[in-house]
Design a protein around this ligand. Structure first.
Ligand SMILES: Cc1cc2nc3c(=O)[nH]c(=O)nc-3n(C[C@H](O)[C@H](O)[C@H](O)COP(=O)(O)OP(=O)(O)OC[C@H]3O[C@@H](n4cnc5c(N)ncnc54)[C@H](O)[C@@H]3O)c2cc1C
Length: 314
């Protein structure tokens, strides 16, 4: 496809991401651990949404401080601001965009008051102001910030994550339900805090969904990530495709306390594909199993540490 000169001019003139100053317009408790917050702004019809797991940055002002005007160079503005008074930057997934209503939804997994984003979401009320730094629809091309990208020929797909990945997984499943090329086998494994968090998913009919609530009926709670790792290891995913594995597929050492575990599938074609996101220790254990033990080519798997036990995001 040839891009017209005017389109080139527009792409050059517009940034791919930009800050949007938004106001909370609705707060909905979806389940014991999830709250959906709807944001609105006069210019949210210009907010982009290029993939079902589209991520954004959320800027929250610190208690008692005004939300600053963020420039296009918001990151350097944030980094040079006084750490004692500047706000907090966290990463979230866009659950829905309604440009005609100038609205965006984000689903927050609540984990108490241990982090500023969770604490903010627990108390959010209509009229609260924050900033979303996200894709700019006026950019005119893919703004990036999304990773779901099955290789050609993927007919056996595994999608696994914890509660922080549930919004992205819901978006991925909704896109698969609409897709004429939905893979023949779709396995979904979702670890959530409570049985009450097993919400309706917009999944294709043939998807095999396994919910893994950490809290048992006797009140006991499994460790974060433990059920997800166990379930993926027991699933047999990829074992029958061992022969397809590239001989160079090794598990490099990643220190998840120093770096972000973020490896994106790059295979152009593969019969298997997996998208894994959640607590970094659990994602690393799943990576060791799929790549190291099952011999799956790591270029057919996306591994993303969405958060790390004991570490704040920034
Ligand atoms: C691409 C991407 C998309 C994401 N999408 C979503 C989303 O749509 N919804 C969502 O809820 N989260 C999402 N997350 C995860 C979210 O960014 C983190 O959970 C983030 O750390 C929350 O910020 P906080 O201020 O509450 O906690 P932080 O200040 O970052 O951390 C404080 C403490 O809380 C712990 N902590 C952080 N998150 C959790 C948790 N979920 N459970 C238990 N302890 C935790 C940390 O280990 C740390 O000890 C996403 C992350 C990424 C990278």
């Amino acid at each position: 496809m040839t891009i017209a000169t005017t389109d080139h001019a527009q792409i050059a003139a517009q940034p791919s991401w930009r800050p949007f100053r938004v106001t909370v317009s609705r707060v909905q408790q979806l389940s014991p651990s999830f709250v959906r917050i709807t944001f609105t702004a006069g210019n949210l019809d210009e907010f982009g949404h290029d993939g079902p797991d589209q991520r954004v940055k959320l800027y929250l002002p610190r208690d008692g401080h005004e939300l600053p005007e963020l420039s296009l160079d918001w990151w350097s503005q944030y980094r040079h601001a006084d750490p004692a008074t500047r706000g907090f930057v966290r990463t979230y997934t866009i659950r829905a965009v309604r440009p005609q209503h100038r609205e965006v939804d984000i689903d927050f997994a609540l984990h108490g008051d241990g982090g500023p984003a969770s604490a903010w979401a627990r108390r959010a009320t209509v009229g609260d102001e924050v900033a979303l730094i996200g894709p700019n629809r006026l950019y005119g091309a893919d703004c990036r910030g999304h990773e779901w990208n099955p290789p050609v020929g993927a007919d056996d797909v595994l999608i696994a994550g914890d509660e922080t990945a549930l919004p992205a997984i819901s978006g991925i499943l909704a896109s698969l339900r609409e897709s004429p090329t939905c893979p023949a086998r779709v396995r979904v494994m979702l670890e959530v805090p409570e049985p009450g968090d097993m919400i309706d998913l917009p999944a294709p009919e043939h998807a095999e969904v396994t919910w893994l609530p950490r809290r048992g009926s006797d009140g006991s709670a499994a460790a974060n990530g433990s059920l997800l790792v166990e379930s993926v290891c027991a699933s047999g995913f990829g074992r029958d495709r061992r022969a397809e594995a590239a001989p160079t597929s090794t598990v490099d050492t990643v220190d998840i306390d120093l770096e972000i575990l973020w490896e994106i599938a790059a295979a152009a074609s593969s019969s298997v594909y997996a998208w894994i996101a959640g607590e970094a220790g659990a994602v690393k254990a799943i990576r060791r199993h799929l790549v190291g033990e099952c011999g799956i080519d790591k270029s057919a798997v996306t591994f993303m540490g969405y958060w790390r036990t004991g570490r704040a995001e920034v």
